[in-house]
Design a protein around this ligand. Structure first.
Ligand code: AMP
Ligand code: MN
Ligand code: MN
Ligand code: MN
Length: 281
């Protein structure tokens, strides 16, 4: 019988809203057999998720979604099957956390200048001592009535040319892939159709990604349209990469993205779990 894979999800350890334990149980009820927890720039949720998964009889792929700056743009690289205790990975992620903390303060200062005081404190309260992401700012601004939805906050305040935007200096592609490999993981480019790159630029990005040791890309993603799935499937094959699928689930507040409810990988794509690099048994 074929197994049901969801290889991209978030917990409270980053900007998801379910604890790792509740996320695993939600995945189980959604019929997922193999779930990757891939929080932004942190592996802090993996211990709890792994314990919960072994109780529930689900296979947990320990993962991470690393923020990368490539050609003055942010792209996300998934590390699947990483050892969360690996010191190289942990040190790399610690550097990103330091940048995140500074960026959060800077976002707070900029929003204050735009007439919204207290956003840094509000975002930190929602993050509860864990990493602070723009999603926490968005939830705070919605809570305070500055916008009606998280999407609206991003559009009005948190993206390029908006008052709360701070440009990022995340990991280089080379560094991020080095950490993933050091931790025994497999590198997969997350939601490639979301970067709004031209086809030429995306091919260049994938080329560099492969040169650095990247082996897969998400073809099926909660944020890809059916058209984008077809385009990404063709690109994946022409680039000689393995194909991954993940919902990018952040919690039940976003009802349009559900755990495990993903279309199958298009024919002709080799799934990451059939490649020789697949780090799991
Ligand atoms: P950060 O890593 O702190 O810059 O936050 C990035 C996260 O914000 C992404 O992983 C998404 O969860 C969320 N995000 C980014 N853009 C949007 C958007 N336009 N609408 C809603 N959420 C978004
Ligand atoms: Mn997120
Ligand atoms: Mn992402
Ligand atoms: Mn994600």
């Amino acid at each position: 019988m074929s197994r049901h894979y969801d290889l991209h999800s978030h917990s409270l350890a980053s900007d998801g809203t379910l604890s790792p334990d509740r996320l695993v149980r939600a995945a189980l009820s959604a019929g997922v057999d193999v779930l990757a927890l891939t929080d932004h720039d942190t592996v802090d949720g993996i211990g709890e998720a792994a314990a919960s998964a072994s109780r529930a009889g689900l296979q947990l792929v320990p993962g991470v979604e690393i923020s990368v700056s490539w050609q003055s743009q942010t792209v996300h690289v998934l590390g699947l099957g990483v050892d969360p205790d690996n010191p190289v990975l942990r040190q790399g992620l610690a550097g990103l956390t330091t940048f995140r903390d500074w960026r959060a303060e800077e976002i707070g200062r900029r929003l204050a200048r735009a007439g919204i005081p207290g956003a840094w404190e509000g975002a930190r309260r929602l993050a509860q001592g864990r990493i602070v992401s723009r999603t926490h700012f968005a939830h705070y601004l919605v809570e305070q009535g500055h916008a009606v939805s998280v999407r609206a906050v991003f559009r009005r305040f948190l993206v390029n040319n908006r008052p709360g935007h701070v440009s990022g200096k995340w990991a280089s592609l080379e560094a991020a892939l080095g950490w993933i490999q050091a931790a025994g993981g497999m590198a997969v480019l997350a939601h490639p159709a979301r970067y709004r790159m031209t086809a030429t630029k995306l091919r260049r990005c994938l080329g560099e990604f492969r040169e650095c040791g990247g082996v897969g890309m998400e073809v099926v993603s909660g944020s890809h349209t059916p058209d984008q799935v077809r385009t990404m499937a063709a690109l994946c094959q022409s680039q000689g990469l393995l194909a991954s699928c993940g919902s990018d689930y952040h919690g039940p507040e976003n009802p349009w993205i559900r755990l495990g409810e993903l279309p199958p990988l298009p024919a002709g794509c080799t799934p990451v779990w059939e490649g020789e690099h697949w780090p799991m048994q």
